[in-house]
Design a protein around this ligand. Structure first.
Ligand SMILES: [Zn+2]
Length: 106
């Protein structure tokens, strides 16, 4: 079951990497204390394994949030408009994530 969620999550990351055309490669899933995800400038991505039981809409939020940092290092205008373009009402997802877990996105 866990493995199934893991491969579903990895497939979702691969989908967004292709769609956004970013240079992300290795994806790691592991427990993280204070955040949902992180990415390095070299394209290595780490996601919190606590995401696995959550709704896939929330996966999309965390994945797209992180991948867009390849284009926009902060949460400024560019990042916000891209988030809205790909996810629509991303703020609602952000709120769900916050209320659900109280863990910050990076
Ligand atoms: Zn961020």
């Amino acid at each position: 079951m866990v493995d199934q969620r893991k491969s579903a999550f990895r497939a979702r990351v691969a989908y967004w990497v292709q769609r956004l055309d970013v240079g992300a490669h290795s994806v790691t899933l592991r427990p993280m204390r204070n955040k949902w995800a992180s990415c390095s400038t070299s394209g290595r991505m780490t996601f919190n394994s606590d995401l696995l039981p959550l709704d896939e809409a929330l996966w999309d939020y965390v994945i797209v949030h992180e991948l867009l940092h390849f284009f926009a290092p902060n949460h400024g205008k560019l990042w916000k408009s891209l988030m809205a373009a790909y996810l629509g009402d991303y703020r609602a997802l952000e709120t769900r994530l916050r209320e659900g877990e109280g863990t910050a996105t990076s």
